[in-house]
Design a protein around this ligand. Structure first.
Ligand code: NAP
Length: 549
């Protein structure tokens, strides 16, 4: 068993009691839900997070333009009607400060902070088979022990760092969107370059285009950006949302994407070209993810359906961009099915490219070669002089955060080693060899609105741990064959959907955005209802996939 080398200064700023029923790593949406649900069921819980405030990725991310890409009415916790009644969202897609304020409100409302160590990093954890307990090592603060350890470390929390040669020689300023400084950099009148055109950059570009003297967008792969259609929520709309919450959450649980849209229960082939166009047009007008989740049930399984919708969006892009040459570069290629990469929501995104001060540079065939003291140089020798470079390069999704913590299995294997050939889990919540360890937001959760998904998992795990406690169980571990079965199921779902194209398209869904990351499904492509039904089935059957001691 590997030993833990840690700088331990016992009792330095942590709880006096050091033994808990459950330790939760992470105080974002998943960790807060776990604490609230577990404490409500009588567990003695401690949450540990490296940040000075709750919020997880919503604490760290504060780049200009950051808004939630899910509708606020369903980007919140659902289990407490009083919380739903008292909290007022002000926009359909609120900006980051409002989301963070919501999470702080939740922490205060349920007095969650008394069971938390902020500014505290978990560096390692070891399981003792004799006692059935974990020892959790905190950087510089000693250790805790607990029966159950929960990883709620975030699905998109470890940003991809820029490793472009020459960055250290750059004379200007540079920023990574996921580590945006608290003191807002002044971009007024500056020549700004942004590298990346994923969901993050799509939010940054319109704002920066309005204040920079010049904005140069370096695009490797264009995206299908759908109109968010944000609006302020007035008192009447808010009342109607609150009065209809039961129906809304019902819809969320029935919709494969966890959205408050009725599931698209119609197949593409059943409609004429005119009807298909009308269906797409209506979804486009509604905005949000409507086009993805409410048009055709077979959008991600039927290439013909997908091509129709992709063509529809390409036409819309051409309508929004004045210069046909620019529009051509912004249109995804024909062999790039919509939805295989996460579709960003735009707030005047394409309109930004109509501004005289915005310059789109296609780096798909002419890659960024290096950063020079003056700016960015491409493979063909072209140079772009810049005062500021913004990197929006994405995340080491799902596996990044947990792999960084030295959590070992009973045979001494780290999580990083376990996932070296691809993420393996059982129902996203458990791994064999790691008894009494569960994940809230582990790899292979459904490709769905994450907040309702994480909350459902937190509720499920709290109920599960209650059952374990009531049975007086010392340890619980998933069977290896159950993990194999689940992972095989993830591969099958990949193969029967268009997500099989994810690797070719460098999608983070398949770990393909990070060089050297194994090609394996990080998401469950069967949708939220299937995932939730399978979790319930496991519980109802008395947890046949687990062994108990
Ligand atoms: P992303 O979608 O992975 O995009 C990263 C971008 O960087 C891509 O355009 C990629 O190009 C580009 N890139 C990487 N290395 C490059 C290089 N060497 N040269 C040129 N371009 C390079 O990352 P993201 O935009 O941060 O979004 C990640 C996820 O976070 C989203 O999919 C979404 O789930 C979540 N997110 C949510 C919200 C929200 O809810 N408000 C907002 C932002 C993000 P290629 O495509 O060619 O690889």
């Amino acid at each position: 068993m590997a030993t833990v080398q840690t700088t331990m200064a016992p009792d330095a700023g942590r709880a006096a009691n050091t033994d808990f029923d459950v330790v939760v790593i992470g105080a974002g949406f998943g960790g807060l839900a776990a604490l609230k649900e577990l404490r409500g069921r009588g567990f003695n819980v401690r949450v540990v997070d490296a940040a000075p405030e709750v919020g997880g990725t919503w604490y760290w991310n504060r780049y200009p333009g950051l808004r939630v890409d899910s509708e606020s009415r369903i980007f919140c916790y659902s289990t407490d009607p009083e919380l739903l009644e008292e909290w007022d969202w002000h926009e359909r897609f609120p900006a980051q400060p409002e989301v963070l304020k919501y999470l702080c409100h939740v922490a205060d409302r349920y007095d969650l902070r008394k069971d938390m160590d902020l500014n505290t990093r978990v560096e390692a954890a070891r399981y003792d088979q004799d006692s059935g307990r974990w020892t959790v090592f905190l950087e510089g603060k000693g250790s805790y022990t607990c029966q159950f350890l929960l990883g709620a470390t975030g699905v998109l929390s470890i940003p991809m760092e820029p490793n472009i040669p020459g960055l250290d020689t750059f004379k200007g300023e540079w920023y990574l969107t996921a580590k945006w400084p608290e003191k807002e950099p002044d971009l007024h009148g500056k020549r700004v370059g942004i590298i990346g055109t994923g969901a993050t950059a799509v939010q940054v570009i319109p704002l920066v285009s309005a204040i920079a003297s010049e904005l140069t967008v370096f695009q490797r792969t264009p995206n299908y950006v759908l109109p968010a259609r944000n609006y302020p929520i007035d008192a009447m709309t808010r009342r109607s949302i609150k009065d209809n919450y039961d129906a809304l959450w019902g819809m969320v649980r029935e919709n494969p994407g966890g959205w408050a849209f009725p599931p698209a229960d119609r197949n593409f082939d059943d409609f004429s070209p005119e009807e298909r166009e009308r269906i797409c047009e209506a979804a486009w007008e509604v905005g949000s993810m409507g086009l993805m989740v409410s048009t055709f049930a077979d959008l991600m399984t039927n290439m013909e359906a997908n091509t129709f919708v992709s063509d529809f969006v390409r036409r819309k892009i051409r309508m929004q961009v004045n210069d046909p040459a620019v529009a051509k570069v912004l249109c995804p290629e024909k062999d790039n099915p919509i939805g295989v990469k996460r579709v960003p929501l735009g707030h005047q995104y394409y309109e930004a490219f109509n501004r005289d001060n915005v310059n789109l540079v296609d780096v798909s065939a002419n890659a960024i070669e290096c950063i020079t003291p003056e700016g960015v140089r491409l493979a063909d020798g072209t140079s772009h002089d810049l005062d500021v470079i913004i990197f929006a390069l994405g995340y080491d999704a799902f596996t990044g955060a947990l792999s960084k913590i030295d959590i070992r299995s009973t045979s001494g294997e780290s999580i990083n080693e376990r996932w070296s050939e691809g993420a393996v889990t059982y129902q996203s919540v458990a791994m064999n060899g790691f008894p009494n360890f569960f994940m809230v937001g582990g790899p292979q959760i459904p490709i769905a609105n994450f907040v309702p998904t994480l909350e459902a998992i937190a509720v499920y795990l709290s109920e599960t741990l209650c059952i374990m406690r009531d049975k007086g169980i010392k340890s619980v571990e998933v069977k290896p064959e159950a993990v194999d079965r689940y992972v095989e199921h993830m591969h099958e779902l990949t193969d029967v959907t268009l997500f099989r194209e994810a690797k070719r398209l460098r999608s983070w869904f398949q770990g393909a955005n990070k060089e050297g990351k194994p090609d394996a499904p990080l998401l469950h492509y069967g949708g939220l209802p299937m995932f939730l039904a399978d979790l319930e089935a496991e519980k109802d059957a008395g947890f046949p996939s687990y062994v108990f001691e």
